[in-house]
Ligand binder design. Sequence first.
Ligand SMILES: C[S@@+](CC[C@H](N)C(=O)[O-])C[C@H]1O[C@@H](n2cnc3c(N)ncnc32)[C@H](O)[C@@H]1O
Length: 294
Amino acid sequence: MNIREALHSAAERLELNHVSNARLTAEVLLAHSLSVEREYLYAHDNRVLREDESRALEDLLRDRISGVPLQYIVGRQEFYGRYFHVTPAVLIPRPETEYIVEAVLEIRGQTLFSATQENLGLAPNFQAASPRILDVGTGSGCIAVTLALEIPGAQVFAGDISEAALQVARENAVSLGATVGFVCMDVLDAFTGRFDFIVSNPPYVRPGDNSRLQREVREHEPHVALFSPEDELAIYRRLITGAEALLEPGGHLLMEVGIGMDERVSELFKARWEKLETKTDLQGIPRTVIAKLL
Ligand SMILES: C[S@@+](CC[C@H](N)C(=O)[O-])C[C@H]1O[C@@H](n2cnc3c(N)ncnc32)[C@H](O)[C@@H]1O
């Protein structure tokens, strides 16, 4: 069987088994099994597959059809323009989490708008040159590594309760050339020192809502990354109390929330905080709750 025929038959099988984006998935799987980029498939579509290559493709197809997420099969996911290595020990980074990165950059004045302000001779927002940033529940390290790379001079630290996740995050920091200090810890318990930003995308699905998750997510992504304790606000309360002790006055806490949780989380901020506008995603869903410590 040549590449063209293999792609056709793989896409047909994926479609029959209700796998979304069947043709694209077939291309990604075949390219992965041949260790080539997708473009290669079109330039060499008459190349006949060897027996071992056909078998490798067959194994990948079986995994995908049984529900293993494509990202775990190929071992990577894009986040804020960079590829992060992912394994079943970490949550697959989601596009909506990029809003945390965007919001930190906006608060620092690292946006197009603030560049325009500067060109017009207006004073940009004053921000510490080497901000100290802490990411709680870092998973693949996508937020911490991205902030370390986007903010030159930033001192970035990241924690997770899962040592297996931290191992993946460390690998990502090394391969992407970011300097991040990683610590195994329960929320903020192990940390001392002062920070300008604390960011977190904590687990926020209630165990009772398990059946609402897509099967693929429920069966393959780490439960410690998905499920909160029965009281899904508990981790947010701990983050807020911990941040009160660790943030510099004027420092910011940014937290991703699940659908419909933004108001309840916003109400947890008491007198010591100035609540800023929650960021919504492209569908208008409130996603990133932001507050400034007074
Ligand atoms: C929703 S995932 C977020 C991962 C990554 N930051 C991202 O946005 O893709 C939540 C992460 O929090 C970690 N976690 C869960 N409970 C924790 C706790 N009590 N203390 C620290 N980390 C925790 C999980 O291991 C997981 O990596």
